[in-house]
Design a protein around this ligand. Structure first.
Ligand SMILES: *[C@@H]1O[C@H](CO)[C@@H](O)[C@H](O)[C@H]1NC(C)=O
Ligand SMILES: *[C@@H]1O[C@H](CO)[C@@H](O)[C@H](O)[C@H]1NC(C)=O
Ligand SMILES: *[C@@H]1O[C@H](CO)[C@@H](O)[C@H](O)[C@H]1NC(C)=O
Ligand SMILES: *[C@@H]1O[C@H](CO)[C@@H](O)[C@H](O)[C@H]1NC(C)=O
Length: 453
């Protein structure tokens, strides 16, 4: 009997501490009147915002989330970061709040500032920036205690960016929503909207013709275990694609034009000496172009486009070297023609015959001059060249062994050697041109195939 007052006191204390057992959490609506909501009626809710709002702690809180991606602000290849702007929607039930709308003037939902509510601590695991959510946001509270909360977020998240196929690349970035503190015993995540709804609304919002286009979003829901605790999480794989137009117009096309002009400049006669300066100018122009366009390229890694630029530069330098070499060769053989080796002589002869055949055929077919129509102005007819005697060893055939050659005969012989060398140089030029063309087309095809991936 001595203990009765103490038990009574404990009961009193408990009922004071937990006034909401059973239906005790229902808000007394006498505070709702024509002037609006009386703040004192929410005193019971506000006093409990530090605790997870459930009546029985054996049950977890279900938080349903969804988001809308309203813009893709930046993709930083060097730091491997994706900056985007999200509107995060969260819906959960707060068991401490309920009222009867019939008693409360038909009010079914009211807005409450978030400072007065318990909020789930959902964050994005990949995020590397502090949460810059604006303060003073409000949430809708329904008469059944269902809370709808939306917040804008600027998310800078780590994303594994692969720029190999720049500017035709697609990126796949992951946004993982999880609770910072609560394990699966306390909080479970669900989807507020269907995935296609998220994708559709996001696509409609990202109307700006920026650099990035939203391709799609995939979802995965693996649980994350850290030590002995298990956390619920929802992963969204956001696939985005770069719009390559800017880069095609500013980088690929000019480069392609320059390399095409470089290939065409092989048509300039090498013996006129104009070709090497022309190619030099092209090379200079290309270098300036590369310097100016450097800003458009990703700052890290080696994308395929850099290989393409390096290839174009290599082709230009090689063709310049070829022109210089051929100009030098022509200069040497026209001023001091060295004796021609026998095998080379027969080779050139065979080549001349072949081109002669080809030219005759194309003349019959009434075609224009072939690619080998580059001739020195003073070049002898090939028929004359075939009668040429390749060395002084056959001088004995000339009849008079004592004085082998007369002066004009020597002149003739020299002229023939020069002609033969010139023919050889031009043939070499044509051959190197075809080699250049085939190397260029095969390497460009390879690069395009890699780009198509
Ligand atoms: C509601 O509160 C008013 C005064 O604030 C009180 O008179 C009334 O009895 C309460 N109603 C209920 C159902 O508790
Ligand atoms: C909470 O729920 C569990 C499981 O349903 C039940 O065993 C327990 O009695 C409940 N506790 C309270 C205080 O209602
Ligand atoms: C969350 O979503 C599930 C399934 O869609 C639904 O059953 C549940 O009522 C939702 N919970 C909340 C708090 O919206
Ligand atoms: C993105 O990557 C994840 C794995 O990291 C994969 O499961 C998902 O299918 C990818 N999404 C797309 C659209 O490629």
């Amino acid at each position: 009997m001595q203990h009765w007052p103490l038990g009574f006191l404990i009961c009193l204390f408990l009922s004071f501490l937990l006034p909401g057992r059973g239906h005790g959490f229902t808000i007394n609506c006498s505070g709702f009147d024509y002037r609006g909501v009386d703040p004192t009626v929410f005193a019971s809710v506000i006093g409990r915002k530090d605790f997870r709002p459930v009546l029985n702690y054996s049950f977890p809180t279900y938080v349903n989330i969804s988001f809308t991606m309203s813009s893709i602000l930046d993709v930083d290849e060097q730091l491997q970061l994706l900056t985007s702007f999200l509107w995060l929607d969260m819906v959960w039930d707060n068991a401490f709040i309920s009222w009867n709308p019939e008693e409360c003037g038909g009010i079914q939902k009211i807005s409450v500032t978030t400072q007065n509510l318990w909020l789930p601590d959902i964050f994005i695991i990949e995020s590397v920036d502090v949460d810059q959510t604006p303060t003073g946001l409000t949430a809708y509270v329904s008469n059944e205690g269902r809370i709808k909360y939306k917040k804008p977020m600027r998310v800078t998240s780590i994303c594994n960016l692969d720029i190999f196929r720049f500017p035709f690349d697609q990126q796949n970035c992951t946004l993982t929503f999880s609770s910072f503190l609560y394990t699966v015993d306390d909080m479970l995540l669900g989807m507020e909207k269907e995935l296609w709804e998220i994708v559709d609304t996001s696509r409609n919002l990202i109307m700006t013709q920026g650099e990035w286009e939203l391709l799609g979003i995939n979802k995965a829901t693996p649980k994350m275990s850290v030590g002995s605790s298990l956390y619920d999480q929802i992963m969204f794989h956001v696939a985005i694609k770069r719009r390559p137009g800017l880069y095609v117009v500013n980088l690929l096309l000019p480069s392609g034009f320059l390399i095409a002009i470089d290939a065409l400049s092989f048509l300039l006669p090498v013996e006129s000496g104009n070709r090497a300066p022309f190619k030099m100018t092209l090379l200079l122009g290309y270098t300036v172009f590369l310097l100016m366009m450097n800003d458009l390229l990703p700052a890290s890694g080696i994308p395929l486009i850099s290989v393409y630029f390096a290839l174009c530069l290599t082709l230009m330098v090689t063709s310049l070297l070829e022109s210089v070499f051929l100009t030098y060769l022509l200069h040497v053989v026209t001023t001091q023609p060295p004796p021609m080796p026998h095998w080379l002589y027969s080779l050139v002869l065979r080549y001349i015959k072949a081109t002669e055949c080809f030219n005759k055929r194309s003349q019959k077919e009434n075609k224009g001059p072939g690619p080998n129509s580059i001739h020195l102005p003073g070049l002898k007819d090939p028929v004359v060249v075939t009668e040429w005697k390749p060395g002084p060893g056959k001088a004995g055939l000339n009849g008079d062994p004592q004085s082998p050659w007369t002066e004009p005969e020597q002149q003739n012989q020299r002229q023939r050697t020069v002609d033969m060398w010139v023919k050889f140089s031009l043939a070499l030029d044509t051959m190197l041109f075809w080699l250049y063309l085939s190397f260029m087309s095969s390497s460009l095809t390879t690069i395009i195939i890699l780009w198509k991936g």
